[in-house]
Design a protein around this ligand. Sequence first.
Ligand SMILES: O=C(O)[C@@H](O)[C@@H](O)[C@H](O)C(=O)CO
Length: 523
Amino acid sequence: MTELLPWLDQVELAPPLAEEAAAAVAGALGELAQGQVYPRSLAAAHGGLFFLMRRGLDKFLGCLSADAGLGQRFTGQHSQVQVDGRTLQLTVAPTTGANAAALRTLLPYLVARPLGLRKSAGCGDRLGLATPGHIRALRATFGRDEDAAMAPIFAQQSIRENARTGRTPQEVMDDAMWGVFQEGWRAGFGADADHLKTLADVDICAAAGYTFYTVDPGDHVDDEANTAAFPALEARVDALPWDVLDSSPADLAARLADRPIDLGTLKVTLDRETLWRAAAKYGRAVAHTVTMYRHLAGAMGERPFELEMSVDETATVTSLAEHVYIAAELQRLGVRCVSLAPRYVGTFEKGVDYIGDLDAFEQSIAQHMAVSRTFGPYKLSLHSGSDKFSIYPIASRVAGDLVHLKTAGTSYLEALRAIAAMAPDLFRQIVAFARERYPTDRASYHVSAELEKMPDIAGWPDDRLPELLNDFHAREILHVTFGSVLNHPPFREPFFTALRTHEETYSEMLERHFCRHFAPFAG
Ligand SMILES: O=C(O)[C@@H](O)[C@@H](O)[C@H](O)C(=O)CO
């Protein structure tokens, strides 16, 4: 409670509070709250003092002001604190969606915003508990909040993740916001509505105030175009939705075939067959992205937003020529991307390091970068970016600021590491359950882990359990089974109770782990 004292002077209370009066308020507040205030959350604004506090395992918003109307904006417990014959209003309000919305209207740094072309990091959080740890890692890596070399995205979940965790985009946004408030991060953050596939996905995320929209037209990518024989290829090109593309095969050929395209560091010429294969493969994906973009622009109205196109979860690698086709078409059709996620060479599996030839990756990302600088510039997005430690230095060197690192599952895996340390019996049960679920749950993820290769922890002493999270097979198996684990009634409550009880431990683990993610991008 003592942390409140210096802050109370900043509250516009007339006459200004003397130190003793502040101590009295803090005492009364402590008594009422019977809890602990997160010191970094303290914010003086609109003549009041706002803070986040914890009582047991629950968190509450606190508001202290001479103006009764301020606290009445929140639904909660309102009381009066007498100090030196004066009456102050104290509101203690649960961290509900409605209270989150009310707080956002008073503290603008809690509102997600577009980040533009700054180097950025997506910190997806499936549990709604990770943002404080992410913020600490940013601070530990980059120093002052305003100097952070990577602009953060704290609210980031795909539709697929929300379906598995049972959260709504609004809940994801609110959880991230409370984390931002708790840590007092005032340097801005983005909110990524990730892997959107339908217009309905766009609407629900626009309503929740997302600022960064990842359109995933992967279902519209024709991977067979790479190998289709020529007559069949012509038919595929003819069948593209030319009305949406606002073009024709002849027009496309006139614009892009058989002419040198200057990409700055290199020149490329797309012969007719190469162009046709690129169009057959990605034409429908481009058309779908245009449709999603126009719909999004309508849904956002005057509100600013940014768009990422991601084709990372498709079977075949995006070639230089294909990227040129996509970029040229999006530019012609007026779709402005802040970032694009091609399907890079090599293998990007969830929660483990890059699998592939690092020189080939460097060569290919350099080519993609040339396209992005020519037709954008836009950032290259590294999806499945968790734990890709061997390529971070390369991406950082080649892309400079034009890179977006997207992570999510690794924060869930760190939560499991924390559970392994704090609730070993629960961890053992989760591991056994994940083994059963893996054959089914792996379906929509790119993973190659084999059940037989996952270490058997039966004979391990409890204090060794966190080590399981260092094993390739265990990481992937535990990563993709998150939905089943979180929805399994015997696990859900103890899982969240363990993490809430040992909040500090989880944040420390995340901080350590994310420093390893951010440090290579610090230069
Ligand atoms: O699991 C998901 O659906 C998402 O977190 C990811 O696919 C996300 O786009 C990502 O790449 C995070 O590493």
